[in-house]
Design a binder for this molecule. Structure first.
Ligand SMILES: NC(=O)c1ccc[n+]([C@@H]2O[C@H](COP(=O)([O-])OP(=O)(O)OC[C@H]3O[C@@H](n4cnc5c(N)ncnc54)[C@H](O)[C@@H]3O)[C@@H](O)[C@H]2O)c1
Length: 256
């Protein structure tokens, strides 16, 4: 029998092949949960194997893949207690150049998939009178920056989904929260640093210090494990009083 505060709980983590999702999957498994590693990338197989979880390959932009993911979790473990909607990606360009199909894909992966997965997990969570929905939004779910319209619209929408799920879930022991981090050290951000360094002709360290961390009170990147700790807290008994919140982890960025 697995020991830990999440022993006996089953968690689905989307986008768990890399970065934040991988750290969250590893942390929930370390706390004793059975983890379903969901991703479009085959790299999820190794992540799942290392934590003795289940890998389900699928595209969050497809409704049938979202359905199949929850069905696979229920078939293997008979329950879903925790849903972490984390899969996401970035695209940077001004509104007038922003590809329309890119906009649609961003809404599908980062807003519609969290809605569908919440909907598909809901009956199981309701029946067991316990559920935790954790949506990985962003500080760009609360404030905007230029040239990231698809991402920012989806992440703001995700906060609205979170609040509604919290209101409807309260009576059934289900909490729903959004975590809104500033820059976390993941492949997604490494790529942005490299792109900006090239575009601006400055070293990567200067991109981090002078551009990415300029609005922050504490000048450093967040580590994936720090976000994973926060997810674990929200899933713990102590986290049970927090619901409907958009929780900033932004090193003081939005304080001004
Ligand atoms: N890194 C940051 O600074 C930061 C800050 C705030 C919020 N976030 C959010 O955290 C989440 C994870 O980002 P990350 O930085 O770990 O990025 P990442 O690129 O390291 O990981 C994202 C994962 O999502 C998967 N994914 C992408 N599209 C998918 C699809 N259609 N179906 C299934 N899986 C898909 C990728 O394969 C990848 O494994 C994203 O939602 C991102 O918006 C990241």
């Amino acid at each position: 029998m697995t020991q830990g505060s999440l022993a006996g709980k089953t968690a689905i983590v989307t986008g768990a092949a890399s970065g934040l999702g991988k750290a969250i999957a590893e942390r929930l498994a370390a706390d004793g949960a059975q983890v379903v590693v969901a991703d479009i990338s085959e790299n999820g197989a190794a992540v799942a194997a290392a934590i003795k979880g289940l890998f389900v390959k699928g595209d969050a932009a497809k409704r049938e893949d979202c359905r199949a993911l929850v069905d696979a979790a229920l078939a293997k473990y008979g329950a879903v207690h925790i849903l972490v909607n984390n899969a996401g990606f970035q695209h940077v360009s001004p509104i007038e150049d922003f590809p329309e199909d890119m906009w649609e894909k961003m809404q599908a992966v980062m807003l519609t998939a969290p809605f569908l997965l919440t909907r598909y997990c809901w009956p199981a969570m309701k029946a067991q009178q316990w559920g935790r929905v954790v949506n990985i939004s962003s500080i760009h779910g609360l404030i905007a920056s230029p040239h990231k319209v698809g991402y920012i619209a989806a992440k703001h929408g995700l906060v609205g989904l979170t609040k509604t799920a919290a209101l409807e879930g309260g009576a059934f022991g289900i909490t729903a929260n959004a975590i809104c981090p500033a820059y976390v050290r993941t492949p997604l951000v490494d790529n942005q640093i490299a792109d900006q360094a090239k575009t601006r002709g400055i070293p990567p360290e200067a991109v981090i210090e002078k551009i990415m961390l300029e609005p922050a009170a504490i000048k450093r990147l967040i580590e994936p494990a720090e976000v994973a700790d926060f997810v674990a807290y929200l899933c713990s008994p102590a986290g049970g009083v927090i619901t409907g919140s958009a929780l900033t982890m932004d090193l003081g960025w939005t304080a001004r």
